[in-house]
Design a protein around this ligand. Structure first.
Ligand SMILES: *[C@@H]1O[C@H](CO)[C@@H](O)[C@H](O)[C@H]1NC(C)=O
Ligand SMILES: *[C@@H]1O[C@H](CO)[C@@H](O)[C@H](O)[C@H]1NC(C)=O
Length: 290
């Protein structure tokens, strides 16, 4: 009965040949680290989903990661676009720490991206108001209350951290049109003639997965990994209370209403351990890499 044989062969390929192809994954590293640091995460992906193509973005490694965010986005966007064009079935993004803001910049500015799931791994999406020890050698040794005097200037904006420094006591400067603070532009909290395009581009993703936790030790406040910030009394203001969420300035509320926002709060993980933690991968990442 050759027909039956052929038919089962066909079923076999349908099941194991076609459906087993996972979308490629693009990985973007964080501040003062390099593309090599994400090889642990890459290995988890390859083991869980054999055959997956992965691409570590090899740019702004180590000290170069301190270069301005706008520049990083302008250089990284065409690198990612090349990978997307070669993979018309779509790709996933996993972006760690500062890399999550580089990726958000790419997603908001690239009109024809084909990113399915954007995994933001302990990334200061709400900004940063604290100087972790690894940054101390590069930043004036004053307490965080005074750093706005450095960061909210054209010289301070020339350093990546300055571009997402979020001082709740000086939001007038953060939003000042002449400074064009990178994060304020992404959030539409300062003049941005392209805000509608930014929102439309961002909304092309299928899911936004936000991962962070209270023992991170670097992201400040740690809730920034879920779009939280400090308010003027340094209490945490959650995403749903942010002005840009309420106004849906770049699509967060739309994503939430269509069930595309996924939030993971994982205790016990230090900042530099997120990408190498197998539990985090299995609990929060693996299922989104289909
Ligand atoms: C910005 O930093 C670069 C080096 O990264 C330097 O060449 C340039 O002069 C700086 N510009 C300003 C305005 O500080
Ligand atoms: C961005 O903010 C400006 C000024 O408040 C507003 O006119 C514009 O509609 C906003 N854009 C979006 C996409 O909400």
């Amino acid at each position: 009965m050759p027909d039956v044989f052929l038919f089962s062969l066909f079923l076999f390929f349908l099941q194991y040949g076609v459906s087993e192809s996972y979308k490629p994954v693009i990985l973007m590293h964080g501040i003062l680290s390099s593309q090599r640091d994400l090889n642990d995460l890459k290995a988890f992906i390859k083991k869980a989903h054999p055959g997956t193509e992965t691409y570590n973005i090899d740019a702004f490694n180590d000290l170069l990661s301190l270069e301005p965010m706008g520049k990083q986005v302008r250089i990284v966007a065409p690198m990612m676009k090349k990978i997307m064009d070669a993979n018309p079935q779509g790709v996933h993004l996993i972006c760690f720490s500062q890399g999550g803001l580089v990726c958000r910049g790419v997603l908001e500015t690239l009109p024809s991206h084909n990113v399915y799931n954007f995994i933001s791994l302990s990334s200061p999406q709400g900004g940063q108001f604290g100087v972790p020890s690894m940054l101390k050698p590069f930043i004036p040794a004053v307490s965080r209350e005074y750093l706005y005097e450095v960061f909210y200037t054209s010289v301070g904006q020339n350093v990546s951290v300055g571009d997402y420094w979020y001082d709740p006591h000086h939001l007038d400067l953060f939003k000042k049109p002449a400074l064009k603070v990178f994060l304020a532009q992404l959030n539409n909290q300062t003049a941005n003639p392209y805000s509608s395009a930014f929102k439309n581009n961002f909304l092309k993703i299928k899911n936004l997965i936000m991962i962070g936790g209270p023992d991170d030790g670097v992201i400040t406040p740690w809730q920034s990994s879920h779009f939280g910030t400090y308010d003027e009394n340094e209490n945490v203001k959650e995403m749903v209370n942010q002005e840009y969420y309420i106004k849906d300035s770049f699509g967060l509320q739309t994503l939430n209403k269509r069930g595309s926002l996924h939030k993971y709060v994982i205790p016990g993980v230090k900042h530099t351990h997120w990408h190498g933690n197998k539990d985090v991968f299995e609990k929060c990442i693996e299922q989104w890499l289909d």
